[in-house]
Design a protein. Sequence first.
Length: 557
Amino acid sequence: MKSLLGEERSFIIESDDDDGDEEDPAHREDDAGDGSSSDSSSCGTPRGGGGGSQPNSYTNQWPQSYRQSIDILSNVQSPSLGFLGTPTLSRLSNSFLNSSFLNTSFRGKTPEIVSSLVKPLIRPTTSDEQQQHEDIRKKSSQYLLPSRKPSLQQIPEDRKPVVVGHEASPYQQCSYTQGAMNGINVLCGVGILSTPYAIKQGGWLGLVILVVFALLAWYTGVLLRRCLDSKEGLQTYPDIGHAAFGTTGRIAISIILYVELYACCIEYLILESDNLSKLFPNVHLNIGGLTINSHVFFAILTTLVVMPTTWLRDLTCLSYISAGGVVASILVVMCLCWIGVVDHVGFENKGTALNLPGIPIAIGLYGYCYSGHGVFPNIYSSLKNRNQFPSILFTCIGFSTILFTAAAVMGYKMFGEATESQFTLNLPENLVVSKIAVWATVYALTITPLAMSLEELLPRSQQKYSNIIILRSALVVSTLIIALSVPFFALVMALIGSLFAMLVTYILPCACFLAILKAKATWYQTATCSFIIAVGVTCACVGTYSSLSGIVQNYAT
């Protein structure tokens, strides 16, 4: 059976390159500047600089899996044969993530049968064969994900992939609509559920904070674009940190981003537990004289349900479902409006204009709503027309802000001081169930980037399927333990928003911009960045202190 890279020998190029420059020194000169086209219906892996993604010092350092894992988390895409038929999640694809459509279709067939299906009717000449092999070799490097260092690894005969015809590249540059949908999919998450509670904490004037955060988030998003354009080969947020502060900056920013995702997984478990225990308050379990209440029971049950999804070899099916998170957010807001208008709950509560003691918590809750900057560099790098990025960013943030404001105003006007930390707890049960089910699918997509980054650190001898399952299961169980230890949805969200969102969305983009482009920055840009950093640091300190104090007070009572 013929392999992707030739008739006699096959190699995996373990770097994040699109044109396989690291594969063979003999081919480097031929490969340089030869970008391959893409005909797939999805978008994700970017062009490097201008045409194809070029090898660089950024893609050869930890975490190399960030690009692919975050694309799976954020992309709203349609199914593609090339995408489903190739490993696209990590360098472990052959042993852990290789759920190829082609391998499934031809399972049990002999190599001769498969080979006969892909042979042309007219045998090509020797020069044509060499050209075809060269084209296939160049294309194949796009499907292969990185390891910790660039190297050549020979593939055993029984693990060589099957090629049918001329496979298209699994990625396509994103259009304006795709980019906007990807951004909205990231922003319109569970943060919308606590916006009415944020008004309860900070008062009506606290909505000014939401609008200010939206404007600053747009500006810092544009700064990230400037950073990406400053040097060749920058594609992701960790790459920007590397360019600004060296390897230390890359590692520090990566850790911050991964811890933020880990904290969001904890938040998802608290969300599921709170809402399911509200739907079934009388559920309990007795084990050896130990009574497990409904809250703990559903937290454990949710963990058991989502854990197998973290073992999946192909998460594209979940990425399609998670795209429904945007629809779920819109439907929840519509449900809120429905019970206010049709069910005659009314919008009679006036509330308070300003509640200064609750402003720090409101800052954290509003900040959480704009914690999508870890994905924006990926979206920018994959755009067909990168000049549209500021407009796409404005569309994403503007649409999300309108949705956040609508939910906040309607929720607080309807429930007033009775507003719960998640307004779904105030809604009738039949209007919530399906939306909560959709958010449950996001868990696996959110934990996967962290899991893949840890898998990169494993020795090669330990990179086995069984070890991967153990590692991911341990991560899931650890989120359950923390969720049961700190079951305070609003306070945990405020802590994430105050600490991590302020860093990722406001402080670090400005700091990286000044570090990379300080010599080219105008005095206005320098002053604006300094102001945003000061605001971000102040909000982070005040919000984090208040959130932690609230958690401690809840334990004391």
